[in-house]
Write a protein that binds this ligand. Structure first.
Ligand code: AMP
Ligand code: GLY
Length: 446
């Protein structure tokens, strides 16, 4: 079968790499892809980003399964477009993707369904927002309502930062994030604890959890510097003990999937809950993402032994079963049900270190030549993100450039392998952290 992956980041490189290992797969296309997917002989880049054009192309090529990487096409309705033309696609509909694309939607949803989350209020009025912050005091968290490419959250340690964030996010010139024509912010209680990324595959009713993971959001060592999309990640995350895992399923994942179904918006796709695990073992959901994490996907895919095509075909089955009643003749039940699938994981931990461009995250520089890229190995993979292949050269195209990911007998060994590879890779002004994995390695527990 032919498979299409939509996106161009490190997450999509890792997804496409994993999907292409399936025996059932003839070719994997990546739209638009990057330098790394161009280099991989099992992957084919497709220079299309428009949703309707992608759908037309998928029909023409008889694509058996489409997998969506980033949030933007989901929020734009790529799943609705494909499904309307009876194409199999894995991801939430535009309406369901609001769990990520609108903080106000997801917060109201969590409160309505008693899913533990930080206390909050949402505002469109600047004066009321300032007043609220004044009464609550700092630290406090200000979030733009809408997709803001990782720039929509300010964890304000003092009142000035909070007031500035409100002005920035609610003014026309701010992040430019608007929801239904109006800028809106969610202001919420500051929570302390350890974060983890908890990701499941859902078919709308059933779900299966992926391996646990933690990422590092700050640019610099010791969690200093500005927030980024993520500077590195590792799996498993020791903070997610079997007890925390079970509690997360019981208190967050299952009520979310049930709640969405009850609200008439069944959620199928990857569901990512950003967790805050407090000292007392309480778990709060900081946010939902309607996709896999980046860079979490890179170590998770290196550890996944089960055929991902089988998992995602199973997960899209109910979608097609539902269609059967309205006239489609597809017999979907050749795939196992999602709830009986057991995912098999490499016991070795995996760790990925992001190498970012000079100037990231504010103004990443582009066009630097990348040297010293190693060949792919079973235990060391360099997943590309902001790269392009020009002849035999690779150049940076901005933001996060590479994620050097390794499997090791222990997390420490995975970390060493990743940094040995990084020491050989060079591009002007490369920024990366030297301490990815430190929480797990210090045995940090909350
Ligand atoms: P979000 O996009 O909502 O996950 O926020 C991005 C990052 O901001 C999170 O990964 C946390 O590090 C931080 N953050 C978000 N909400 C809170 C909160 N209520 N308390 C403390 N930190 C938070
Ligand atoms: N690494 C965090 C995210 O993908 O949202």
């Amino acid at each position: 079968m032919k498979i299409l992956v939509i996106g161009s980041g490190g997450r999509e490189h890792a997804l496409a790499w994993k999907l292409s290992q399936s025996k059932r797969v003839q070719s994997v296309f990546v739209a638009p892809g990057n330098g790394g997917t161009a280099r991989d002989k099992n992957l084919i880049n497709l220079p299309i980003t428009d949703i309707v054009q992608l759908r037309e192309w998928a029909q023409k090529e008889q694509i058996a399964l489409t997998v969506v990487g980033p949030e933007a096409p989901l929020a734009e309705g790529v799943v609705d477009e494909f499904r309307a033309h009876h194409l199999r696609i894995f991801g939430p509909t535009r309406e369901a993707a609001q769990l990520e694309s609108s903080k106000a939607f997801s917060k109201a949803f969590m409160v309505r369904h008693s899913i533990p989350t930080a206390r909050y209020e949402s505002f469109t009025d600047v004066r009321a927002a300032h007043e609220y912050v004044k009464n609550q005091g700092a630290p406090i968290v200000v979030k733009a309502d809408g997709l803001a490419a990782g720039k929509g959250v300010v964890v304000a340690m003092n009142l000035k930062e909070a007031h500035d964030a409100i002005d920035y996010m609610l003014s026309g010139e701010g992040t430019g994030v608007q929801h239904n024509g109006q800028a809106r912010v969610v202001i919420e209680e500051f929570l302390e604890g350890e974060e983890a990324s908890f990701i499941v595959v859902s078919d709308g009713i059933n779900n299966v959890a992926l391996a646990t993971c933690q990422d590092h959001k700050r640019l610099k060592d010791n969690d200093q510097g500005p927030n980024t999309g993520g500077m590195g990640a590792y799996s498993p995350a020791p903070v997610v003990t079997p007890q925390i895992h079970a509690k997360t399923m019981r208190e967050i994942i299952v009520p979310t999937l049930k709640g969405m179904a009850k609200d008439g918006i069944p959620y199928s796709g990857f569901l990512y809950a950003g967790l805050m695990i407090t000292k007392t073992g309480e778990i709060k959901c900081l946010e939902f993402n309607c996709r896999l994490g980046d860079p979490e996907t890179q170590p998770i895919m290196m550890r996944l032994k089960t055929d991902l095509v089988e998992v995602l075909m199973s997960a899209t089955q109910s979608q097609l079963n539902a269609k059967t009643s309205s006239g489609t003749t597809e017999v979907a039940s050749v795939w196992p049900r999602l709830d009986v699938l057991e995912l098999d994981w490499d016991r070795r931990p995996a760790l990925g270190v992001v190498m970012a461009a000079a100037g990231y995250p504010q103004s990443p520089r582009k066009g630097d030549v990348i040297n010293g890229l190693p060949p792919d190995r079973e235990d060391v993979m360099v997943f590309h993100a902001g790269t392009s292949k020009e002849g035999l050269d690779f150049k940076t195209t901005g933001g996060r450039v590479l994620c050097v990911t390794a499997l090791g007998g222990t997390l420490k060994m995975a970390q060493q392998l990743a940094y040995v590879a990084i020491d050989e890779i060079h591009f002007e002004g490369a920024q990366y952290r030297r301490d990815i994995g430190f929480r797990a390695l210090q045995g940090a527990r909350v």
